[in-house]
Each structure stands twice: as C-alpha cells, then as structure tokens.
Ligand binder design. Structure first.
Ligand SMILES: NC(=O)C1=CN([C@@H]2O[C@H](COP(=O)(O)OP(=O)(O)OC[C@H]3O[C@@H](n4cnc5c(N)ncnc54)[C@H](OP(=O)(O)O)[C@@H]3O)[C@@H](O)[C@H]2O)C=CC1
Ligand SMILES: N[C@@H](CC=O)C(=O)O
Ligand code: NA
Length: 907
C-alpha cells in the first residue's frame, strides 16, 4: 500500500531507546492507542503528518514529546484552584482593534458564567507590526521613528479616553506615558547603535500586549468585578530553539505561576499573549501564533475546562469557502484532524498550540467574535463524537495544495532491490527538495512522488545523474515528470475504520470525470490524498465535497430550446427548486439557456422568475461551443447536465461528445434515438461504458413511464414479444374529437394550440412522429431498425405554415374514412406496433371496435400495451395524456431528478 509521507532524511527521528522510561505511556496519552501498537510506524506517521510545507513542525513535535513529561510534573506541582473551574479565552488583535471591540470583549468575558476565567489578549491590531517598524526605523537611523512612536501613543491614548474615566484613565495614561518615554530612550539607543538584538526587539514589541491587557482589565473592573492583569513575562518561561520555535519550560513556568497567583489571586485574570521570558529573565516571545500558544499553556497549567480562541471566522470550514461556496463550519474536530487540516493550509491552529491542551483532553473552541450566534468549531478528543456513525462523518474536510509536479521513476530493475528508495530520495534530498507525497505500488516497478513544481527540474536532473547507469542499462526505463498537478486530500479520523470512504471519494471523482494521477493513504489514515491535474483541482474539490453531503448535490444545467417544453420546464424548476434544496439536498442551477439565435449565461444560476425578460434584454448571440463550455467548465459545480428541448437533429448529434466529456444529457427530443442506427449504437455503447447518464423518457408518451417500464422489464429478464399502442398525442386528440359535424382541419388546429404537436405538425400528421417512437422502442427492445424500415405516408408540402393553411384539403377524405368506420361500429385510430418476434415495426391508421381499449381514449391520451413473456395473456398497459407542455416538461424534470439520485441525492 502506498503511504503519504515525506521521508526527507534531514529530519532526525527521536531515538526510542533514549527516551525517558515513561515516554511510551506519555505518547499513549497524546495519540490514540491504535497508533501506538506499532511504535516504529507511528514515528513515520508523525513525520508524514507534521512535516511538508511546514517542516519545522516535526522538530517541534519531537521536542514536545519529551517536554510533555515535564508538563505533567508542572501540573502536579502547581498548587492552584484547577480543573473545571477555569475557562481560558484568547482574543487576537482584531478582536481588540478598537475601543468598541475592547468593550465587546469585556462584555463576553463578564457574561461567561465560569467560576474562574483567564483571558489571553494580543496587542491591538497592527500594533505589533508598528512596534517592529519602530525598531527597523531606529536601526536604519530613520528619524521618523519618533513620529511613529507618537502614533502608537495616540492610538492607545484615544482608545483609553473612549473606554475609561477618572482614576482608571489617569492610571493607564500615566503608565502609557512612562512606557513611551522608556521606549523613546531605548529607540534612541538603537538609533545610535544602528542595531537591536532580538531580545531588545522582543522587549519593545511586547508593549502592545501589555497595553491591551491593561486596558481590557480596567474595562472589566468597571463592571464591578475583581480582575488582575498578568504580565506573562513574569510567569511563562521558554527556551528559544530556533528563529520561530520555543520550548516552554513547564516546570519553571508552573512554579512562577503559583507564586504570581498567591500574590494576585483573582477569579478573572487578563494575561498578555505572545510574550514570555527566558530562564535568565530576558524578554522574549512565543513566536508565530504566540498568543494561541500562551492560551494553550495556561489552559494546561490551570487544567482548564475549555480554551476558546476568538477570531474573525465562524470556525474551521470543511473546505476553503473561497473555493467551495457551500463549505460548512465543522461542529467538531479531533485534535489530529485539526492537525491535518492545518497542514493543508486550513485556517486552523498551529499544531504546537494544540499539544499542551490535547494532552489533558481540554477542548479548544474556535469562535467568531463578530458572530456570537455561531457556535464555532470544537477541537476535542474523538471520543466526544464517536457516536456519530456513517461515512459522512468519517470525512471532515477537504483541502488542496497546488503547484506540484509528480515524478515517476519506473523500471523492472527496481523490484526487490533494497536501497532503491533510499537512492531515489537521497538524490532528492541532495537538491534540498521537499517531498510532499509518495506512492509506490507493491509490484515495486515504479515509485512516484510529488514535489513543489519549482523544485522538480533540479529533482529530475539529480535523479537522471544518479541513475544514469541504470537508465542506460535498461534497469530503469524512465524518470518522468508530470507537471501541473495538485493534491486533493480528504481528512478525517474515522476514515480508517469506516468501509467505503475511499470508494465514495473515487466514485465522486469518476462521476465528475476527473482523472486521478496518483493515490496515497497515510498510514495514520487521517487523510487520503489524490493527485489530479491542476486545472481539475477545484472541480475535484467541489465534486468530493458535494458527494460527502457537506454541500448539496449540485447540478449545473444548460437548457437548450426554451420553447414550449423548455420554457415550461424552466417554470416548473422555479416553482420546485427551493423544496428540492430543502427536502432532498438537490441544488439545480441553470447556468445557461439557449435558443437558436440568443443565449443567456450566468455564473451562479439564472434567476428563474425573470428568465424570459433576461433572455430578451441580456441575451447574447447563441454559440453552442461557448454555451457548453460555460455550463460545464464552471469549476463551481461538480455535475453538469444538458437538457435538449429542441427537435433538432444537429443538437442531437452533439450528445456523444457531451457524454464523452462527462456531461449528462436529458432530452424529450426524439432525433438521437430515432436517427441513423450507427450513431445511435455508438451513443448507447458510450453511455453504457461511462458514468455519464443519458435519459430520454419524454421521447415516447411524453411524461408517461414508457421507456422506464420497458427498461425495467428488460433489465429484470422479461422477454418483449410485442408493443402496440397509440403513441401520438396529437393524432389521439384529433381522432377523439373528430366527431359529428366538425372539420378535420379545425381539430388539428386545436391540437396545435394545445401544444400537442411537434414544432413541425407535419411530423405528427404524416405518422413520422409515431414511426420515430416505434423505432425508439424497437431499438430499446434490441431490434436493429432504421427509420426508413417503417413505411409512412409522406406529405408533399413546402412548409409547416403552408401545411396548416392547406389542411382543409384533407377534410373530405378523412370524413369519408371516418363515416365508413362508423357504419360498421368502429372508430379510426393511428397505431404503432413493434413486432419483436418478427423484428419489424409498423405505423398505420386502423379501425377498432368501439369496445376496444384503444377506442376508449380521450384528450391527448396515449395507450401502450406491452405483451411479454410474463405479460402474455393480458398485456401490461400504460395509459394517460401523452402530449402537452406540463406533462412533457414534468417527464423531463423527473429525468433530471433521476439523474440527481444517481449522483447521490437521498431517495
Ligand atoms: N409538445 C409535446 O407534447 C412534446 C414534445 N416533445 C419534444 O419536445 C421538444 C420541444 O418541443 P416544443 O417545446 O413543443 O418545441 P418549440 O418549437 O416550442 O421549441 C423548440 C425550441 O428549440 C429551440 N431550437 C430549435 N433549434 C435550435 C438550435 N439549433 N439551437 C438552439 N435552439 C434551438 C427553439 O429556439 P428558437 O425559437 O430560438 O429557434 C425553441 O426554443 C421536441 O423535440 C418535441 O418532439 C416530446 C414529447 C411531447
Ligand atoms: N407531438 C407529439 C408530442 C409527443 O411526443 C405527439 O403528438 O405525441
Ligand atoms: Na415517457
């Protein structure tokens, strides 16, 4: 099995034997026991999970595992009111960016009903950058640092004036002025020296947190509550390990916290985020995402009930909402899932932030300060949501990484040769490239891996040079580079134990016609990774996201022919769209509609209440290729259907190409299925071989279930003997109403006005329309007939209009035929027959006794009798209106919903 990992050898894996005695027990607390059954594999898992684009994570992780023991010790030693009583909040810079926002934060803290609260606060937004800018200016001997410092002073002064009064205000301003004077002196020293050490910079920068913490605690005190303000440099002790990493000294921090608390005991504490001290009491910071880390460390030391990280988004999304408009906020995530999502660039916490709280199963809740009604995302231990079953809970989110290239090293000489992988990845390491994913089939004939596109040239060159001899000896057949790739990853802790997740994932991709270049499943099994073409990536993301019910089953629709049937369909869609979305998770979006002259395109979906006006006012020149491209290549919607509501053969000739491109086709147009046999067979063969659907119920009997009934009989093994019936709504209407003194031409006009006729009514009256239906059913039953095999009467009239004008010419002849029939107690009926036994089809005007079922019809009724092996003595009969706008559009609509259910909509 392939595995998702980058074994970039520059990482030193922690040595098991040198770890403290109780490390494995400790690891057990961090990782699910299932992972620890095989500790050596677990080590690879850590690597695959944590490194990659952010390769520093692994080292961080390795160091924290040993620090972990010390955290236990610290927690044990610290004598504080602990446990469920404490609730930790962290507010980032934007949360305290203005005086109103600081007041809002104070209100949130006051409203929290926890017995004890510790609030970690960042500097007001932009202040940390302003502070570092002061240092850069001073270092560069740029005098403007003086005015820049004044801006910092003014910002805090005006905020304080807005928020505080009297003694509180005076106290804060006195401190602010004192700090600013000190900073002035320090910056002057930096200006003279032309240099600032890191600790000097950190000391200057940390003032932002000190002021915001002072401000917030004063505002909280205004409401009459006791609130202490903690300068975390007095408490948090860390050892900087690299330019963006620190290791907390938990034991020393615990000791100092205990001492601080004994002198400042309070049920509400506002603490500075981001800043800390070294063991030598030199000011430092917690580096990237430092305030989150401060909150997590405090959460662990206080053994808090919960750590809430306040931010400006509703929580962790199931996919990047900029790419998937239907992405949803996840309710719960396990720590590991949060980790995976953050690796793939989701806006989740940095892994190190999670470690201290995860150790004690303390939930982290991510909430939006600007939307208090949103419950946020809770990152917690998996046991807290273990009862949620089903694969839709197994996958939590999807993420993508772009700008990758695949490298495929292939050759028969690789199988069973130890050291091949080592040689390959050794060469990759030598050029400093970062391997993001590896996949090797167990036949060992090829290894394929993904690297950033910008590194692939060097990687290929290094491999060619390293394997020159093997290539020339033919032991390796190729080192191939596949550029323009992207990774799509599905993340979820329960994927490992839920059968069918991969199948669902892959079938969603297949249905969206997306080709998978490589697959990897991490042995952590928290993610399944596939490599796809870059241009397919967003479409793939949307397809899988939609498939896992994280968004609705969404279908992009292109409607060709907004005439009688197409227009009625659009109106029916308008009426039903909201109900379908709400009740069945089906989201139908008409991205385009086109007639023969004009078309209307929309990115998000045409407003169906005004489509007629829009087509008239905003319609552009019809262009079929552009239309199809727009509807299909929108990248927003995973499925596309084209609904052909014309009667045009040239439109029907596109179906093959559309199906080939993964576009589903639904139509009431009879031209494709009754056109040239060869083209028909090609189309149906493609349909059977692909995952793309072609539905055409409307072609016979309009909305009546004729095609589906026949297919049902055939698929269940019944043998069709004969299909006989009245297939023309128009002719049925005419003969049902051609009575008494009425003229034939008058009744035909009525049928046309009622919307029963074809766009060209000659097709109906000549019997061609019936012949087409006979051909469609005959072919469906396995007969290889051409339309020309069915003799019909041809009419020698130039245009449909002319035909309608000259209809009265037929009055006399038809009146005579009718009278002859009536004289013998019979009626005239136009019938079609599929004689499967004798392999032929016929259409003709026949006489039936008045008692015959075919003589009992009314309106535009069709009646179709299936004689089969199972229904031999009494045929299976389907009867009902077989033409008309509403019933036909309804039949087409029902095919669209059948497609939606094939695509995964709930039944
Ligand atoms: N009426 C009924 O009861 C039933 C009808 N059907 C079938 O439904 C289909 C539609 O019938 P109906 O709605 O009555 O016909 P209409 O004549 O009312 O509508 C046809 C539509 O197709 C458009 N069209 C024609 N040629 C093209 C082309 N080359 N490219 C783009 N658009 C084109 C026309 O646009 P424009 O006006 O711009 O040319 C018009 O909007 C037919 O195939 C018919 O057999 C099936 C069962 C029952
Ligand atoms: N014109 C047709 C419409 C349905 O296919 C008919 O009259 O039956
Ligand atoms: Na039908």
């Amino acid at each position: 099995m392939a595995f998702a990992s980058s074994l970039t050898p520059s990482y030193s894996l922690p040595n098991l034997s040198s770890m403290p005695k109780n490390s494995i027990t400790t690891l057990n607390k961090i990782y699910p026991s299932s992972l620890l059954h095989r500790p050596p594999i677990f080590r690879v898992c850590c690597n695959s999970q944590l490194q990659g684009r952010d390769s520093s994570n692994f080292n961080l992780f390795a160091s924290v595992t040993s620090a972990d023991v010390l955290l236990d010790e610290a927690v044990e030693q610290v004598k504080l009111p602990k446990g469920d009583t404490w609730s930790i909040h962290k507010f980032g810079g934007t949360c305290v960016g203005t005086s109103e926002r600081i007041q809002n934060v104070a209100n949130i803290v006051v409203k929290d009903e926890s017995e004890r609260k510790l609030v970690v606060v960042s500097a007001m937004s932009k202040v940390t950058d302003m502070m570092y800018d002061l240092i850069h200016k001073a270092q560069a001997r740029d005098d403007s640092y003086v005015t820049a410092l004044d801006t910092v002073l003014e910002k805090h002064k005006s905020t304080a004036i807005d928020l505080l009064k009297g003694d509180d205000l005076n106290k804060f301003l006195a401190r602010l002025h004192k700090d600013i004077n000190n900073l002035k002196a320090m910056l002057r020293a930096i200006y003279i020296a032309g240099h600032a050490t890191e600790s000097f910079s950190d000391f200057v920068a940390g003032h932002g947190e000190l002021w915001s913490a002072e401000l917030l605690s004063s505002v909280i005190r205004k409401s009459g509550l006791k609130c202490a303000c903690m300068d975390t440099r007095d408490v948090l002790v860390v050892n900087p390990t690299s330019s963006d990493q620190v290791d907390p000294d938990y034991v020393e921090s615990g000791r100092r916290l205990e001492k601080w608390y004994s002198q400042n005991s309070s049920d509400i504490i506002v603490a500075t985020g981001f800043i800390a001290s070294t063991p030598e009491n030199i000011p430092t910071t917690l580096k990237r995402d430092g305030s989150d880390f401060s909150a997590a460390i405090m959460g662990a030391l206080f053994q808090a009930r919960q750590v809430t990280i306040w931010t400006d988004v509703d929580g962790v999304y199931s996919a990047d909402p900029r790419k998937v408009s239907e992405a949803v906020v996840l309710n719960k995530l396990s720590y590991q899932e949060a980790w995976e999502m953050s690796y793939f660039g989701a806006n989740v916490l940095h892994p190190r932030t999670i470690i201290p709280v995860m150790k004690y199963d303390i939930p982290i809740v991510i909430r939006n300060i600007f939307n208090l009604s949103a419950p946020g995302t809770s990152i917690c231990r998996p046991a807290d949501f273990e009862n949620e079953d089903g694969w839709e809970f197994a996958v939590k989110g999807f993420a993508t990484i772009d700008n990758l290239a695949l490298v495929n090293v292939e050759g028969t000489g690789m199988a069973g040769v130890p050291g091949t992988s080592s040689a390959i990845f050794g060469a990759v390491k030598d050029v400093g490239a970062n391997v993001i994913m590896i996949s090797q089939a167990s036949s060992e004939h090829s290894v394929c891996f993904a690297v950033p596109e910008k590194e692939v040239k060097a990687v290929a060159a290094a491999l060619e040079s390293r394997f020159r001899q093997a290539l020339s000896a033919g032991r390796l057949s190729q080192i191939a580079v596949i550029p323009n790739c992207s990774i799509l990853a599905a993340v979820g802790q329960k994927m490992a134990s839920t059968p069918g997740v991969s199948a669902t994932l892959f079938s969603a991709l297949a249905k969206a016609n997306i080709n998978i270049r490589a697959i990897a499943q991490g042995c952590s099994e928290y993610n399944v990774t596939v490599v796809v073409k870059r241009e397919d990536c967003v479409k793939a993301l949307r397809a899988v996201h939609s498939r896992f019910y994280l968004s609705r089953t969404t279908i992009a629709m292109g409607i060709i022919g907004p005439g009688l049937i197409g227009g009625t369909l659009l109106d029916q869609l308008k009426e039903q769209a909201a109900v379908l979305k709400e009740n069945s998770n089906i989201d139908l979006r008409v991205l385009g509609l086109t007639g023969s002259k004009t078309m209307l395109l929309s990115d998000m979906g045409v407003d169906l209440s005004t489509w007629r006006d829009q087509l008239e006012e905003k319609g552009e020149k019809a262009d079929m290729e552009k239309f199809v491209r727009h509807v299909h290549n929108n990248h927003f919607i995973p499925n596309t259907v084209i609904v052909d509501c014309t009667a045009d053969s040239s439109i029907a000739s596109h179906y093959h190409d559309w199906l080939r491109r993964g576009i589903h086709v639904v139509t009431p147009n009879k031209k494709a299925n009754s056109g040239p046999l060869e083209q028909y067979l090609k189309l149906r063969t493609l349909q059977r071989q692909s995952y793309t659907h072609y539905f055409y119920e409307g072609t016979v009997g309009a909305g009546l279930p004729i095609i589906s009934t026949l297919q049902g009989l055939l698929e269940t093994g019944d043998k069709i003997l004969r299909i006989e019936g009245i297939f023309s709504g128009t002719l049925s209407y005419i003969f049902n109403n051609f009575k008494g003194a009425r003229a034939f031409s008058e009744v035909v006009k009525e049928a046309k006005d009622a919307g029963y006729t074809e766009p060209d009514p000659r097709d109906d009256l000549s019997g061609t329309d019936v012949a087409r239906k006979v051909i469609i059913l005959a072919r469906e039953s396995g007969l290889k007939l051409e339309l020309s095999d069915i003799p019909i009467q041809s009419l020698d009239i130039a245009s449909a209009e002319e035909f309608m004008e000259q209809l009265h010419k037929y009055d006399q002849d038809l009146a005579k035929q009718r009278q002859e029939a009536e004289a013998t107690g019979e009626v005239l009926r136009y019938v079609g027959v599929v004689d499967v036994v004798n392999q032929k089809g016929t259409v003709e005007l026949r006489r039936y006794k008045k008692e015959h079922p075919f003589a009992q019809l009314s309106g535009s009724d069709n009646i179709i009798a299936f004689s089969t092996q199972r229904y031999e003595k009494q045929p299976l009969i389907v009867r009902g209106p077989g033409a008309g706008a509403e019933v036909t559009a309804g039949g087409v609509f029902s095919d669209i919903l059948r497609l939606a259910s094939y695509l995964g909509a709930p039944s």
